[in-house]
Design a protein around this ligand. Structure first.
Ligand code: B16
Ligand code: MG
Length: 217
């Protein structure tokens, strides 16, 4: 039986990837190279510092640790300017309704995100009250595909992993769910997320009844 839904943030609840992309692109241009939307795919679900390392690899640059920290901080400040402009309208279609439906059906809800800004973002879009637990980049030591973020979410909810389903837009996130012994639903492109139990394009047509019909748990 299904008892809990655990959601990734970026790419599932909100599309903050476009803000990350703009901020990283500006940083890359400042260092004298370009960073494309195609390159940006590699940053999905990846931590801030690891993202910076990938970008420096693309630009074939090596920098000392203190400069890397300064760059990551500056990128985050630029990114947060966009986050502060977010409103309820930035929640992806169907997500708020689906979260409300989960809770009405007695399912627990948790967030499992690599972002250190997760609470701030949920507050901006007014979704904090719809989550029973939040586990984010400030709570975990190991990045997805390590299952830590989702296992901590399940633990905070008091639900066994086998009774949890994870919603993820990144392959590493689906692997994290699997590694934690959880079911997983891919949100996005079926050709990329083929290893999920099933894939939905978004939450517009998603219902708790459909989730139970599919008998993922
Ligand atoms: P921050 P998710 C991830 O969020 C993003 O997909 C990834 O692009 C970003 O680098 C990471 O959060 C860290 O974000 O700089 O805010 O700590 O998909 O795990 O919700
Ligand atoms: Mg994501």
């Amino acid at each position: 039986t299904l008892r809990a839904c655990i959601f990734d943030l970026d790419g599932v609840i909100v599309d903050t990837a476009k803000f990350h992309y703009q901020a990283w692109k500006t940083l890359a241009h400042g260092l004298g190279f370009d960073f494309t939307e195609h390159d940006n795919e590699r940053l999905k679900g990846v931590s801030r510092m690891r993202s910076l390392e990938i970008i420096l690899e693309i630009g074939q640059q090596t920098l000392p640790e203190d400069q890397k920290l300064a760059l990551a901080t500056r990128k985050n400040e630029a990114y947060l300017e966009d986050v502060h402009r977010m409103t309820e309208a930035d929640v992806l279609p169907g997500v708020r309704r689906f979260l409300e439906e989960c809770r009405a059906a007695g399912l627990k809800t948790a967030l499992g995100s690599a972002s250190k800004n997760a609470r701030l973002i949920l507050d901006r879009v007014n979704l904090l009250p719809l989550f029973d637990a939040i586990v984010d980049g400030t709570d975990v030591a190991n990045a997805k595909p390590d299952p830590e973020v989702f296992l901590k979410g399940a633990e905070a909810l008091g639900v066994e992993p086998t009774h949890c389903v994870v919603f993820e837009d990144a392959v590493a996130g689906l692997e994290a769910a699997r590694n934690g012994g959880m079911h997983c639903v891919g949100v996005g492109d079926v050709t990329i997320l083929a290893e999920a139990d099933f894939v939905i394009p978004g939450f517009e047509d998603m219902t708790v009844a459909r989730l139970q019909e599919l008998e993922v748990c």
